[in-house]
Design a protein around this ligand. Structure first.
Ligand SMILES: O=P(O)(O)OC[C@H]1O[C@H](OP(=O)(O)OP(=O)(O)O)[C@H](O)[C@@H]1O
Ligand SMILES: Nc1ncnc2[nH]cnc12
Length: 183
């Protein structure tokens, strides 16, 4: 007897990402194949499956969630709400008031600086860092450095999609990095 999955079985997070992630050639610069997660966010059941899966990978191991501007905010807010934890926003330079700490990094298509307002959580708080895409790893390694400079511990790094050929994981050595889909 062969096993047939029920027609209504919930698709996995990776299946949903395969189905919904969209490739946009030459954005934001010629030669870049941009992976657009907007269709994943726009599909309610898919969005729930991917947020639930991200959270499950780190269950019981974080006290707060940090999201990297801009698409990381969407994931982190949903994960924080789902787990009743607090949220930190890691922002592009010049957006945050008062005391900030900053880290600069190289991108697949340029350079940038991220900033964080320190003193928002208890020292040693375990922070799960979330973003949509792992490309060169510059963004997430800068975010992780900010979390540590603020006196917290990086509980892990969670992303939806990894562009594996760019070897971004080399910059994230030592962190529990979980990706839902890699290519
Ligand atoms: O691994 P990396 O090479 O650092 O690239 C990954 C980052 O690039 C994209 O953000 P982007 O900088 O385009 O900013 P946005 O989300 O504000 O558009 C993406 O959302 C990641 O944050
Ligand atoms: N190819 C890409 N698609 C989407 N976001 C990115 N961030 C860096 N490279 C990217």
């Amino acid at each position: 007897m062969t096993f047939e999955p029920a027609a209504h079985a919930t698709p996995s997070a990776s299946d949903e990402l395969k189905r919904l992630l969209t490739e946009i050639p030459d954005f934001p610069k010629p030669g870049i194949l941009f992976r657009d997660v907007a269709p994943v966010f726009a599909d309610g059941p898919a969005f729930k499956v991917i947020v639930d899966e991200l959270v499950a990978r780190f269950a019981g191991r974080f006290d707060a969630v940090a999201g990297v501007e801009a698409r990381g905010f969407v994931l982190a807010a949903a994960a924080a709400y789902a787990t009743g934890t607090g949220l930190l926003v890691v922002r592009k330079a010049g957006k945050l008031p008062g005391e900030v700490i900053a880290e600069s990094y190289d991108l697949e298509y340029g350079t940038a600086t991220l900033e964080l307002e320190p003193n928002q959580l208890a020292p040693g708080a375990r922070v799960l860092v979330l973003d949509d895409i792992l490309a060169t790893g510059g963004t997430l390694s800068a975010a992780a450095r900010l979390i540590e400079r603020a006196g917290y511990a990086v509980a892990g790094i969670g992303v939806l999609f990894e562009l594996a050929e760019l070897d971004g994981r080399e910059q994230l050595a030592g962190y529990d990095t979980q990706v839902l889909l890699a290519e």
